[in-house]
Design a protein around this ligand. Structure first.
Ligand code: MN3
Length: 202
Protein backbone atom coordinates (compact mmCIF):
# COMPACT_ATOMS: atom_id res chain seq x y z
CA UNK A 1 0.00 0.00 0.00
CA UNK A 2 1.41 3.39 -0.85
CA UNK A 3 1.74 5.96 1.90
CA UNK A 4 -1.02 8.55 2.15
CA UNK A 5 -1.10 12.11 3.39
CA UNK A 6 -2.85 11.90 6.78
CA UNK A 7 -5.83 14.16 7.32
CA UNK A 8 -5.27 16.96 9.81
CA UNK A 9 -6.83 16.04 13.18
CA UNK A 10 -8.78 19.37 13.05
CA UNK A 11 -9.97 21.72 10.32
CA UNK A 12 -7.37 23.91 8.62
CA UNK A 13 -9.10 26.99 10.08
CA UNK A 14 -9.24 25.62 13.65
CA UNK A 15 -6.01 27.28 14.85
CA UNK A 16 -6.52 30.64 13.06
CA UNK A 17 -7.16 32.54 16.30
CA UNK A 18 -4.23 30.80 18.01
CA UNK A 19 -1.53 31.89 15.57
CA UNK A 20 -1.47 29.15 12.93
CA UNK A 21 -3.40 30.15 9.83
CA UNK A 22 -5.29 28.12 7.24
CA UNK A 23 -2.82 29.56 4.71
CA UNK A 24 0.06 27.98 6.63
CA UNK A 25 -1.74 24.62 6.58
CA UNK A 26 -2.51 24.92 2.87
CA UNK A 27 1.25 25.13 2.18
CA UNK A 28 2.66 23.11 5.05
CA UNK A 29 0.22 20.20 4.99
CA UNK A 30 -1.19 20.54 1.47
CA UNK A 31 2.10 21.11 -0.37
CA UNK A 32 5.18 20.34 1.76
CA UNK A 33 3.95 17.21 3.52
CA UNK A 34 2.15 16.01 0.36
CA UNK A 35 5.40 16.29 -1.63
CA UNK A 36 7.30 14.20 0.96
CA UNK A 37 4.60 11.50 0.72
CA UNK A 38 4.57 11.57 -3.11
CA UNK A 39 8.37 11.42 -3.32
CA UNK A 40 8.50 8.62 -0.72
CA UNK A 41 5.99 6.58 -2.74
CA UNK A 42 8.00 7.13 -5.94
CA UNK A 43 11.21 5.89 -4.24
CA UNK A 44 9.48 2.83 -2.73
CA UNK A 45 7.87 1.98 -6.09
CA UNK A 46 11.31 1.77 -7.71
CA UNK A 47 12.80 -0.76 -5.27
CA UNK A 48 11.06 -4.06 -4.49
CA UNK A 49 13.12 -4.43 -1.27
CA UNK A 50 11.33 -1.36 0.15
CA UNK A 51 7.83 -2.69 -0.48
CA UNK A 52 5.41 -3.17 2.45
CA UNK A 53 7.73 -1.55 5.00
CA UNK A 54 6.46 0.83 7.65
CA UNK A 55 7.76 4.38 7.66
CA UNK A 56 9.72 3.58 10.85
CA UNK A 57 11.36 0.60 9.10
CA UNK A 58 12.28 2.78 6.11
CA UNK A 59 13.84 5.35 8.45
CA UNK A 60 15.81 2.63 10.27
CA UNK A 61 17.19 1.10 7.09
CA UNK A 62 18.23 4.44 5.57
CA UNK A 63 19.46 6.45 8.59
CA UNK A 64 23.13 7.41 8.33
CA UNK A 65 23.52 5.91 4.83
CA UNK A 66 24.56 8.53 2.26
CA UNK A 67 23.40 6.28 -0.61
CA UNK A 68 19.86 6.27 0.87
CA UNK A 69 19.70 9.98 1.68
CA UNK A 70 16.64 10.70 -0.47
CA UNK A 71 14.70 7.80 1.05
CA UNK A 72 15.75 8.92 4.54
CA UNK A 73 14.74 12.53 4.01
CA UNK A 74 11.29 11.73 2.65
CA UNK A 75 10.51 8.91 5.11
CA UNK A 76 11.80 11.04 8.00
CA UNK A 77 9.79 14.06 6.96
CA UNK A 78 6.63 11.96 6.51
CA UNK A 79 7.03 10.60 10.05
CA UNK A 80 7.96 13.98 11.55
CA UNK A 81 5.07 15.88 9.95
CA UNK A 82 2.50 13.21 10.85
CA UNK A 83 3.76 13.48 14.44
CA UNK A 84 3.68 17.28 14.30
CA UNK A 85 -0.02 17.48 13.29
CA UNK A 86 -0.82 15.34 16.34
CA UNK A 87 1.27 17.71 18.47
CA UNK A 88 -1.16 20.58 17.73
CA UNK A 89 -4.64 21.16 19.11
CA UNK A 90 -7.41 23.80 18.96
CA UNK A 91 -7.46 23.27 22.74
CA UNK A 92 -3.67 23.50 23.02
CA UNK A 93 -1.45 24.69 25.83
CA UNK A 94 -3.41 23.00 28.63
CA UNK A 95 -1.26 20.43 30.41
CA UNK A 96 -2.92 17.33 31.93
CA UNK A 97 -1.90 16.30 35.44
CA UNK A 98 0.15 13.16 34.82
CA UNK A 99 2.39 14.87 32.25
CA UNK A 100 2.66 17.96 34.44
CA UNK A 101 3.86 15.81 37.35
CA UNK A 102 6.56 14.13 35.23
CA UNK A 103 7.65 17.41 33.61
CA UNK A 104 7.96 19.04 37.04
CA UNK A 105 9.93 16.02 38.30
CA UNK A 106 12.41 16.02 35.40
CA UNK A 107 12.76 19.72 34.54
CA UNK A 108 12.04 21.29 37.95
CA UNK A 109 8.91 23.10 36.73
CA UNK A 110 6.70 23.60 33.68
CA UNK A 111 8.34 26.99 33.09
CA UNK A 112 11.79 25.39 33.18
CA UNK A 113 10.63 22.83 30.61
CA UNK A 114 9.33 25.61 28.34
CA UNK A 115 12.59 27.54 28.67
CA UNK A 116 14.60 24.45 27.71
CA UNK A 117 12.29 23.76 24.76
CA UNK A 118 12.51 27.39 23.54
CA UNK A 119 16.30 27.25 23.71
CA UNK A 120 16.37 24.00 21.70
CA UNK A 121 14.00 25.38 19.05
CA UNK A 122 15.86 28.67 18.65
CA UNK A 123 19.37 27.18 18.72
CA UNK A 124 18.65 24.60 15.99
CA UNK A 125 20.75 26.19 13.24
CA UNK A 126 18.85 26.09 9.95
CA UNK A 127 16.03 23.61 9.41
CA UNK A 128 14.95 21.03 11.95
CA UNK A 129 12.78 20.05 14.88
CA UNK A 130 12.50 20.43 18.66
CA UNK A 131 11.23 17.46 20.66
CA UNK A 132 9.95 16.40 24.07
CA UNK A 133 11.29 12.87 24.48
CA UNK A 134 11.08 10.04 26.98
CA UNK A 135 14.75 9.13 27.31
CA UNK A 136 16.00 5.59 27.63
CA UNK A 137 16.71 6.25 31.33
CA UNK A 138 12.99 6.85 31.90
CA UNK A 139 13.37 10.63 32.26
CA UNK A 140 11.81 13.29 30.08
CA UNK A 141 14.18 15.48 28.10
CA UNK A 142 14.19 18.04 25.30
CA UNK A 143 16.22 17.44 22.16
CA UNK A 144 16.60 19.01 18.73
CA UNK A 145 17.28 17.45 15.34
CA UNK A 146 18.36 18.73 11.95
CA UNK A 147 16.42 18.43 8.69
CA UNK A 148 14.63 15.04 8.64
CA UNK A 149 16.34 13.61 11.73
CA UNK A 150 14.29 12.67 14.80
CA UNK A 151 14.64 10.78 18.09
CA UNK A 152 13.63 7.60 16.24
CA UNK A 153 16.24 8.04 13.49
CA UNK A 154 18.89 8.69 16.15
CA UNK A 155 17.73 5.93 18.53
CA UNK A 156 17.46 8.60 21.21
CA UNK A 157 14.29 7.75 23.14
CA UNK A 158 10.57 7.91 22.42
CA UNK A 159 9.14 11.15 20.98
CA UNK A 160 6.15 12.64 22.83
CA UNK A 161 5.72 16.07 21.20
CA UNK A 162 7.41 17.95 18.39
CA UNK A 163 7.66 21.41 16.85
CA UNK A 164 8.69 21.92 13.24
CA UNK A 165 11.21 24.79 13.15
CA UNK A 166 11.81 24.78 9.39
CA UNK A 167 11.11 28.31 8.11
CA UNK A 168 8.12 27.03 6.10
CA UNK A 169 6.43 26.24 9.45
CA UNK A 170 6.35 29.85 10.67
CA UNK A 171 7.18 32.34 7.93
CA UNK A 172 3.58 33.07 6.92
CA UNK A 173 2.33 33.72 10.47
CA UNK A 174 5.46 34.85 12.33
CA UNK A 175 7.85 35.93 9.55
CA UNK A 176 11.38 35.44 10.95
CA UNK A 177 10.37 35.31 14.65
CA UNK A 178 11.10 31.70 15.56
CA UNK A 179 11.15 32.47 19.29
CA UNK A 180 7.62 33.96 19.20
CA UNK A 181 6.41 31.02 17.10
CA UNK A 182 7.87 28.60 19.67
CA UNK A 183 6.40 30.43 22.67
CA UNK A 184 3.00 30.52 20.95
CA UNK A 185 3.25 26.77 20.32
CA UNK A 186 4.10 25.96 23.95
CA UNK A 187 1.38 28.19 25.40
CA UNK A 188 -1.50 27.97 22.90
CA UNK A 189 -1.02 25.14 20.40
CA UNK A 190 0.83 22.22 21.99
CA UNK A 191 -1.30 19.10 22.36
CA UNK A 192 -0.09 18.00 25.79
CA UNK A 193 -2.95 15.46 25.96
CA UNK A 194 -1.34 13.69 22.98
CA UNK A 195 2.05 13.84 24.71
CA UNK A 196 0.60 12.35 27.91
CA UNK A 197 -1.26 9.58 26.03
CA UNK A 198 1.93 8.74 24.13
CA UNK A 199 3.96 8.75 27.35
CA UNK A 200 1.51 6.43 29.13
CA UNK A 201 1.49 4.04 26.12
CA UNK A 202 5.30 3.71 25.80
MN1 MN3 B 1 7.54 21.18 7.83
Amino acid sequence: MPFTLPKLPFSAEALEDRGMSAETFSYHHGKHHRKYVDDLNAIVAEDVKLKDRTVEQLIALSAGKPSKEKLFNNAGQHFNHSFFWNSLSPDGGRMPSELKKKISRDFGSVDAFKKTFREAAVSQFGSGWAWLVLGKNGKLKVTKSANAESPISKGDGAPLLTLDVWEHAYYIDFRNARLDFTSNFLNRLANYDFAEETLLAV
